[in-house]
Structures are given as C-alpha cells and as structure tokens.
Design a protein. Structure first.
Length: 97
C-alpha cells in the first residue's frame, strides 16, 4: 500500500508519460494482463487508455487489473489509468517516505 505522499509523487512522474496500452472491446483477458505485467516489471509505472467501446468504466478496469496483478492504481482521470508496481529485478523509482 502506498501513502498519499508517494501517490502524489507517482502522479507527477506519470504526468510526463504517454499511454502505452489501450483497453478496447477485447476486455481484460490473460494475454492483455501478461503484457501489462511485463511492462510494469520493465517500467514500474505505466499509463493505459480505456476506449469507449470497451464497455468498462475506467475505475472498474483499474480495480480489476490491480486485483489480478497485485499492482497499485495510482490515478484514474478521464479515460486514463496510471498503474505502479515495484520491479522485482531492477527497481528504478525511489518512493519518498
């Protein structure tokens, strides 16, 4: 669980990045989750875009992905989702205490 201060720091980092995944009509399935998990291991923080044809609310999608992967939902704003998970092999982001 991350603190409010850590969440604010991660939001400031996420402000500069572009979405690398789009959640569309395919929904949240195993191949999509494995791609997200690999990207989180490599980058630690990613941004996703939820398309209108997905049939899911962005908050609902964030909750489903976080529960499936054990990551933290940093922010949901509009149709964008920001996710964070500390890398097991090479952590890059140093969170404030």
């Amino acid at each position: 669980m991350i603190t409010t201060k850590q969440r604010a720091y991660l939001r400031s980092l996420a402000n500069k990045i572009e979405p690398i995944f789009q959640l569309g009509k395919g929904g949240i399935e195993a191949p999509f989750l494995s791609q997200i998990e690999a990207a989180l291991e490599k980058r630690e923080i990613i941004k996703l875009s939820v398309l209108d044809n997905s049939g899911m609310d962005p908050r609902e999608a964030s909750d489903m992905i976080c529960s499936a992967l054990g990551c933290e939902g940093v922010q949901v704003i509009g149709s964008k989702i920001v996710l964070y998970k500390k890398s097991k092999n090479n952590p890059k982001i140093e969170l404030p205490r």
